[in-house]
Design a protein around this ligand. Sequence first.
Ligand code: PEP
Ligand code: MN
Length: 348
Amino acid sequence: MKLKKPFIIAGPCSAESEEQVLSTAQALAASGKVDIFRAGVWKPRTKPNTFEGAGVEALPWLAKAKEMTGLPIATEVANAKHVESAMPYNFDMLWIGARTAANPFSMQEVAEALRGTDIPVFVKNPVNGEVDLWCGAVERLAVCGVKNIGLIHRGFSGFGAGALRNAPMWHLALEMRRRMPELPMICDPSHICGCRQYIADISQQAADLNYDGLMIESHINPDVAWSDAKQQLTPDALAALLDSLKWRAGESTSESFQTALMGLREQIDSLDREIFQLLAERMNVAEEIGKIKRENDVRILQAARWDDIMERALARNSSLGLSEHFIRTLLDAIHIESINRQNRVMNE
Ligand code: PEP
Ligand code: MN
């Protein structure tokens, strides 16, 4: 599927009333910056007794928004009934939510309900960080004949997202893109952030990682929204945010740029060689330790020593500027390799 780049999907988290849908759609259309108007009709909520969407009653509101503004329309479907109810209203796109994408039974049901239609379908990443599951969701649609499939990266829950609602885990989305390079990839900064404050930063990161577009929640009066109030932007704030983003080119033919880039890449390649050389030497030393431990009947794992190494690396880091997460991940990988090498000599 070929999309205009950047492709912008915007609209409220939920369709709440005809008035709210129409006024939001009109303001978004007037900005001239939105390619598809979105609104959730059926809402998968974490807790019961919260607003679960207006349901079928909202479908004509979206159709009317399309008629009045000329904007194409999109909504979320999570089961066969949703697909059947939505089809008569001439939606231009459907998306599958993160909770549905994580459930193979639901995915299969939705895929079968879509058989024989030609509507584009975007699949959000499953809530959990399993790229295979995301691929599986796409494959189920493809097997049922859905031809125009896109991806939406909305972050992953349960990974210590810090100030964000869902950890972006960019590498998982990039891995998905590597596996399915022909599918457009849109970022949904609203659900990654969970609050307005970080949406511009996450959107810019997506632009710099060559995403094809953005899905951003926008509500005519966000503070009184019935779902996801904290993360929705007014149409004016959305337009300002979109104006502030830079969609940089993938390449430049400028000679000075090419020369500078080549020089820096050579530095990186040579530093990488040195890093691996040093790591290999470090592992040889670990093996020597393994040998003397074997000769002296001392076990491999000495937790206090390892805590000490980690603590010193973190303390030294204040002048290095690496993230704590990076240091811990890297040292953990080094530790595992060291233990494996020591184990090998222990059992020789
Ligand atoms: C949504 O887009 O409103 C939504 C429910 O998103 P997600 O499935 O990503 O939680
Ligand atoms: Mn939402």
